[in-house]
Design a protein around this ligand. Structure first.
Ligand SMILES: Cc1cc2nc3c(=O)[nH]c(=O)nc-3n(C[C@H](O)[C@H](O)[C@H](O)COP(=O)(O)OP(=O)(O)OC[C@H]3O[C@@H](n4cnc5c(N)ncnc54)[C@H](O)[C@@H]3O)c2cc1C
Length: 400
């Protein structure tokens, strides 16, 4: 087996590493959260502005949307280069950028499905984060089975009139635009009566209500649409055939969530924590049971990395992302949760201190992580749904 990357990918690594070394912003107090890598933690204005500045710098350097085609402002990076890009971001502990949904989902979907006019109008402002995007798929009665959505759009001259409600819409409170799934033919079978619209979040009739999560942060929202006028030119793909467009977006979503999440830095952080916790005149790290447990996590992180590399090999051979991606998503979110739980066991009574409490060890970041890690077992397809996919499509078990 050969785990080496190609010379082309290594040259890309050298270039990006040198750029990061020359341009990384100064560390901030909250930096211990950054390996969690999610926009849902970036809710206060300071965090947002910090990330926005960093985004602009990355974009000016040509390091945003690197896998987008050159014609649309990307670098046309190969899959292998993308893996290297993610590895270098983690290695440098670089802060995340803003407009993640725009960059990962909306831009690539519009490049694939949009009209030339839509591409010219929207794509450059996604890259520059001049316009922030959110994803309006889930509804109170449509999550895992999103095709049973009820938000309606009715034609009226040059417009669609939209009425309904979305929920769990990440970043809607900061978004300028939304990719919205609506039902345009209630009589058709559920997958065949859906359309895909680009909706201006500043339109009259749009109301955004932040939802507070158990971390205490407002990462996602309820969004209400009341007689919202959406120009017909904002339809992506054909009317009633939006499911195909929606699936393209979901493919980009799953592949970016599973994207080579390297958990080894979290394992190292856990080992550092064990060394800090005083026990019987030494530290928790002196306990063989603790070391064995952390070694187990290290093995799982390594297995995850090799599984991801296997996926990569498959993709480099020109095969589409397989259902094995579900194994990666499931294992990464499960490992994240198990490590956070174990950290709280190690912390004992200290685990009760919230993030930012002066007495908290590691700034309370493990307590925060425990609460935040649940989200990854739900977003982008719940763990139960991943189990179904693995059971049916990897193991060939009968449908449950
Ligand atoms: C952090 C975060 C960010 C999100 N951001 C967005 C966003 O920006 N835009 C957006 O549209 N949505 C977003 N979501 C919503 C997310 O896509 C849904 O929460 C997810 O699809 C699950 O849907 P649900 O919450 O309605 O749960 P449900 O689908 O109602 O599921 C409830 C429970 O039943 C189980 N279940 C459901 N169906 C099956 C089945 N067939 N077999 C076995 N078990 C099943 C589920 O696993 C779960 O445990 C986000 C969610 C999270 C956690």
């Amino acid at each position: 087996m050969d785990f080496k990357y190609s010379e082309e990918a290594e040259a890309f690594r050298r270039e990006f590493r040198a750029w990061l070394e020359a341009n990384m912003p100064p560390r901030r107090e909250r930096s211990e959260h950054e390996d969690i890598g999610s926009e849902i933690v970036r809710t206060d204005d300071n965090d947002w502005n910090y990330a926005l500045q960093w985004h602009r710098k990355m974009n000016a350097g040509g390091w945003v949307g690197v896998n987008w085609p050159k014609a649309y402002g990307g670098r046309g990076a190969t899959l292998e280069q993308m893996v290297v890009y993610n590895e270098e971001m983690v290695r440098a502990r670089a802060p995340g950028i803003v407009n993640g949904l725009g960059i990962m989902l909306v831009g690539p979907t519009l490049i694939h499905w949009g009209t030339e006019e839509q591409k010219q109008r929207y794509v450059p402002k996604i890259l520059s984060a001049e316009e922030i995007w959110c994803q309006g798929y889930s509804e109170p009665g449509a999550g895992s089975d999103v095709a049973s959505l009820n938000t309606r759009a009715v034609e009226d001259g040059d417009y669609f009139i939209v009425n309904g409600q979305k929920v769990w819409t990440s970043g809607a409170d900061r978004a300028d635009w939304c990719i919205l799934l609506v039902r345009t033919d209630p009589e058709a079978p559920k997958h065949k009566g859906i359309s895909y619209l680009l909706v201006d979040m500043h339109s009259p009739g749009v109301t955004v209500r932040p939802l507070v999560q158990m971390t205490g942060e407002k990462g996602f929202n309820e969004v209400f649409f009341e007689d919202v006028k959406v120009p017909k030119k904002n339809l992506v793909g054909e009317k009633n055939q939006g499911w195909q467009v929606a699936v393209t977006t979901l493919m980009f979503e799953r592949s970016s969530i599973a994207a080579m999440r390297d958990m080894s830095s979290s394992v190292m952080n856990l080992a550092k924590l064990a060394k800090k916790i005083a026990r019987h005149g030494g530290s928790a790290w002196d306990d063989t049971g603790v070391r064995q447990k952390i070694a187990g996590f290290a093995c799982e992180a390594a297995a995850l990395r090799y599984g991801n590399l296997r996926q990569l090999t498959r993709r480099l051979k020109g095969l589409p992302p397989g259902p094995e991606g579900s194994v990666g998503k499931l294992s990464a979110s499960d490992l994240n949760l198990k490590m956070a739980k174990f950290a709280l066991e190690l912390l004992g009574p200290y685990s009760q201190f919230e993030h930012g409490a002066p007495q908290a060890l590691d700034g309370g970041s493990w307590n925060y992580r425990m609460l935040a890690s649940r989200a990854f077992t739900i977003a982008g397809g719940t763990s139960e749904i991943q189990h179904n996919i693995i059971g049916e499509r990897v193991l060939g078990l009968p449908k449950g």
